[in-house]
Design a protein around this ligand. Structure first.
Ligand SMILES: Nc1ncnc2c1ncn2[C@@H]1O[C@H](COP(=O)(O)OP(=O)(O)OP(=O)(O)O)[C@@H](O)[C@H]1O
Ligand SMILES: [Mg+2]
Length: 317
């Protein structure tokens, strides 16, 4: 197959629960070996999309394919190429971590020896060796998440769905998880990940799709989204209130916001940086001394908030 072929695809995917039209025509397309991050506010339909793609739920309509297999006409084939880490852990509480892994390996038709070997590998990779012989009910939330992801990797599937894999993890475990996910990507795995953490999408994903109100409301790389929707902000700080006030007068309508507590003013910057020089020159000409200057890049949070806010407004109209 071509190197950039599409591994995960939905065309005009629709799904309603009664009168709740959760997905109203979603188009997704994930090329081989890349990661798509699916973002959206609570209830946007991220888990619903993942459940449809992993054959746990039937779509109402639309064309949904994984590795070229339709989830409706060829669900067994789809299941044979995917791994899934659900939003709620799907491991057996009474079994030990090791037993869970081996059992899942056997379900994926590994022979007993390979299932054991692969389980030890994963226990190692996920830092669960010490806890491996304890029943899962004694595990902490973070350990469960790690075991859950390990279980979904037992058969090294080429396609993986990760539904909020790092929710509830402490910052350190989140970094460990990112490392593991990066290793999967290095291996060429195609991944669809949902997350509430925009920074996570920023760090890991090749592409981001933002859904809200049942529709895709934005997509692109983190960089594209940020540059399309957020502008750089220029922040000048001053030593005291009187210089701050002179700066305000000098810069006039260029000033977006003033922060008297931090003695700073914020200006919106143009992409080419020309107005940074311009503002500096004006202040220098008027002999207004600057204490410090900072350029704030827009964050994905800015983008997310501005967009989901907009759809909320149109919906309530
Ligand atoms: N089996 C179901 N029966 C009825 N309604 C459902 C069912 N599953 C999901 N929903 C509804 O569909 C909508 C989308 O839910 P979904 O779990 O896909 O959201 P999400 O984007 O994953 O949200 P979160 O960020 O909270 O995980 C919600 O309004 C939810 O109540
Ligand atoms: Mg969800």
């Amino acid at each position: 197959m071509a190197k950039n072929d599409i591994v995960i695809q939905t065309k005009n995917l629709k799904k309603s629960f009664g009168t709740n039209h959760v997905l109203r025509g979603i188009n997704l397309s994930v090329p081989r070996g890349t990661m798509l991050a699916l973002l959206g506010p609570n209830g946007a339909g991220k888990t619903t999309t993942v459940r449809i793609l992993s054959t746990l739920l039937k779509p109402d309509s639309g064309d949904v394919k994984v590795e070229g297999y339709s989830v409706t006409t060829n669900p067994d084939k789809v299941r044979s190429v995917i791994g899934l880490t659900g939003q709620s852990a799907a491991v057996d509480e009474l079994l030990t971590g090791r037993e869970n892994l081996i059992m899942m390996g056997r379900l994926y038709r590994l022979n007993s020896k390979s299932a054991k070997a692969r389980s030890e590998e994963l226990l190692n990779e996920f830092d669960l060796v010490k806890a491996a012989s304890r029943p899962v009910k004694t595990y902490s939330g973070g350990m469960r998440r790690r075991l859950d992801l390990a279980v979904s990797l037992i058969a090294t599937p080429p396609v993986i769905f990760l539904d909020e894999p790092t929710t509830g993890l402490d910052p350190r475990s989140r970094l460990v998880m990112w490392d593991i996910i990066r290793k999967l990507m290095d291996r060429g795995t195609t991944i669809l990940l949902t997350t509430q953490y925009l920074e996570e999408a920023d760090q890991l994903a090749d592409n981001i799709v933002l859904i809200d109100g049942g529709k895709v409301i934005a997509e692109g790389s983190a960089k594209q989204l940020k540059s399309k929707l957020g502008k750089d902000r220029l922040v000048f700080s001053f030593k005291n209130l009187s210089t701050l006030n002179s700066a305000k007068t000098t810069l006039g309508s260029k000033v977006q916001t003033t922060d008297e507590e931090n003695l700073s003013v914020t200006l919106l910057a143009k992409g080419d940086g020309s107005d940074v020089g311009e503002a500096l020159k004006v202040l220098k000409d008027k002999k207004v001394p600057i204490a410090s200057m900072d350029i704030h890049k827009p964050t994905l949070d800015d983008v997310f908030l501005s967009l989901t806010d907009k759809t909320k407004k149109t919906r309530s109209k």
